[in-house]
Design a protein around this ligand. Structure first.
Ligand code: NAP
Length: 294
């Protein structure tokens, strides 16, 4: 499988498919019951060709980062891209730095490639957060700074306080959620409205990578659907592959599906290396999919 890349900066490329890790080692709380399997799944993913791993201090209450740390320690760290996130309750200057150091320890690495603000927090002024992010870059503890669940105004405000460019915004963009304009506030991380009309065009115009999270909407897009079923037959690809291919066909968008199943890991990588026709992309662009409410 040959990976495709998009430019995170002029000289740093990011694969169009990365590995999501929400739920590996627990959700909001630690679950250690599947550690061995989880570490093996992350190693399998790397061996299959995943080099970008997305995580957060929130996931599994820190345990997901620990499992990733165990999985990556035998690989060449310089060939991997690790994205992690500081949670929205930890956005004060000192808290950001402490969170990053804890994540580094858990990940058993001395740098995080892309460090995201998991979600905006109107109760903590963003100036201090961005100064801390700049400090982390200066110290070499992170390479790049990014945002998640940020609106255009929130990105612009954050950027005003930072010497370093915000290189990415991670948002819940997929075929089902692309036009949601409601505040879902899922998992208390935030919400994104106006993705297609505002956030994505802004990122595309400003060379900011859009990391599309929940690319198959946690399996929701695999339910019976006449258009996706038809395209699946036409291309000989699964619905997950159609949904991911559609995402990464767009300028600056990469996808980060989560899986611990070797078959799904392979299937999701095979979402690239072929193209939907312009007509079919347009069909998918225009159809209104049902969207889950949570
Ligand atoms: N920034 C944020 O606020 C935020 C919020 C949510 C998620 N994220 C990130 O985005 C990543 C992806 O989102 P997500 O994990 O919520 O949802 P997702 O990737 O859309 O879906 C994951 C679910 O789909 C299954 N799956 C994966 N590939 C499949 C395939 N080819 N066929 C059938 N089922 C498949 C997985 O099960 P198996 O493991 O059994 O394959 C898992 O249950 C997260 O893991 C996380 O890293 C970020």
């Amino acid at each position: 499988m040959l990976m495709d890349y998009k430019n995170l900066t002029d000289i740093f490329k990011i694969p169009v498919i990365g590995l999501g890790t929400w739920g590996i080692g627990g959700f909001m709380e630690t679950d250690s019951s599947n550690d061995e399997k989880a570490v093996q799944a992350i190693k399998d993913a790397i061996e299959l060709g995943y080099s970008h791993i997305d995580t957060a201090e929130l996931y599994g209450a820190g345990h997901t980062e620990e499992l990733i740390g165990n999985a990556i320690k035998d690989f060449d760290r310089t060939k991997l891209i690790i994205t992690s996130k500081v949670f929205k309750t930890n956005l004060k200057y000192d808290d950001v730095i402490a969170s990053c150091k804890k994540s580094l320890e858990k990940l058993q690495t001395n740098f995080i490639d892309i460090y995201l603000i998991h979600a905006p927090n109107p109760e903590i002024p963003i100036e201090g957060t961005m100064k801390a992010m700049d400090y982390l870059v200066e110290q070499g503890l992170i390479k790049f700074i990014g945002a998640s669940n940020f609106s255009v105004e929130q990105m612009q405000e954050a950027q005003r306080y930072s010497k370093n460019k915000i290189v990415a915004n991670q948002i819940p963009y997929n075929l089902a959620t692309r036009n949601i304009n409601l505040d879902r506030n899922t998992n208390n991380v935030g919400s994104c409205i106006n993705m297609e009309s505002e956030i994505i065009p802004y990122c595309q115009e400003n060379d900011i990578i859009i990391m599309a999270y929940r690319p198959i909407e946690r399996g929701f897009l695999l339910k019976p659907n006449s258009l996706l079923d038809g395209l699946s037959r036409k291309y000989g690809k699964t619905k997950a592959q159609i949904a991911i291919n559609w995402l990464v066909s767009k300028k600056n968008i990469i996808a980060i599906p989560k899986s611990t199943s070797i078959n799904h890991l392979k299937e999701n990588l095979d979402a690239i290396g072929w193209s939907l026709s312009c007509e079919d992309i347009k069909l998918l662009d225009e159809v209104e999919f049902e969207c889950p409410n949570d």
